[in-house]
Design a protein around this ligand. Sequence first.
Ligand code: AMP
Ligand code: MG
Length: 411
Amino acid sequence: MVDCCSAPGLMPFAQALETMLSAITPITDVETITLKEGLGRALAADIASPMNVPPHNNSAMDGYAFAQASLTTQEYLTLAGRSMAGQPFEGSCVKGECIRIMTGAKLPDGCDTVEMQENCQAEGESIRFLEKRKQGDHVRYAGEDIAKGHIVFAKGRRLSAIDIGVLASLGINELQVFRKLTIALIATGDELKALGEPLGNGDIYESNSYALTGMLQNLNVNIIDFGVIQDDEEAIRQAFIDADKQADAVISSGGVSVGDADYTKMVLEQLGEIAFWKIAMKPGKPFAFGKLPNSYFFGLPGNPVSAMVTADLLAMPALMKLQNCHAKPATTLKAKSLSDLRKSPGRMDFQRGVLSQNSAGELTVGTTGSQGSGILTSIAFANCYIVLPSEQGRVSAGEMVDVRLFERFYS
Ligand code: AMP
Ligand code: MG
């Protein structure tokens, strides 16, 4: 299904991403959920505001509301009532009168302007206005935040915490969203031990599935964790068959390079249509993508940094598409490199960096140190990728480089 393996050499990163995205058909099942379940879910329909926000004209200040025309000939107005937040003035304010009003309280009928209390002198029922006001001063208008009928969020939006607050402010408690994806995670490798098990000679703790689970939780998916599968052809085949039956996508890590014990490739070629790519990116050269009978397959490299970077830059965009989410383009900025950066031409580098601003206001980026593909702390303490194009060689301190801010998936 994906023609790529015939291409000699390494596939450019952008081409791998595009080929993969165009091979994915989004799910269509929709379900109704309540707002509190909405974090990370993808909207299945546009949401039009059922009301104006704010719902009524109201005051932006503590002070007095009145008709601005009242003050053209006089500087005293007669206090005729109070309008508090939640306890509006029910009557109508006529010429020559004013109403005591608090921030957020409904603007009474007959009023079009508010003066702040600091510019007024109260003498019993007589209020003296020390300054002239323009009509509409200190008034917040109905619908100035969101007008009734306006599309607040479009179909395909992945809901953030703030989005949920916005929907609550509109009184919306039921949402049509695309169903949750189910993702199977498989770690392969004889040397991998689950947490809690003793480490034997040459063993390491399995960590990829933990970091991947954390990233996937931001998409609010169901996760089926298959744990560690040994480097054994039959065990791998069985795990892939089971995972494919239950999941929309299967993500494995390890076993996609060309080591003697890398059965992943062999088994997948028997089960489905899988392409193994050598992508011109660093970290993350070996990567598999394809289709099993029921699911999509993402084969991440085993090295923890490579696994995270390919998950972030390749698998997550693919899952977003499968989930019908509109992915925002990544934020890319130019910054001055604080140090020399090692780089040889041939692959696109996604080095890990810390973006900040110096005292002159310039954006600067520092490396998080050793960029080995096993050094997971190089991502943990970073806030961006330093993206160096394929043909680029070594970078000298002071040169401008492209940085790409981390997505929310990492935090
Ligand atoms: P592989 O791609 O299977 O050759 O693995 C490359 C490197 O990543 C090896 O050093 C593995 O021990 C390590 N590795 C593979 N899978 C994992 C995992 N799930 N957690 C931590 N390290 C892993
Ligand atoms: Mg392995």
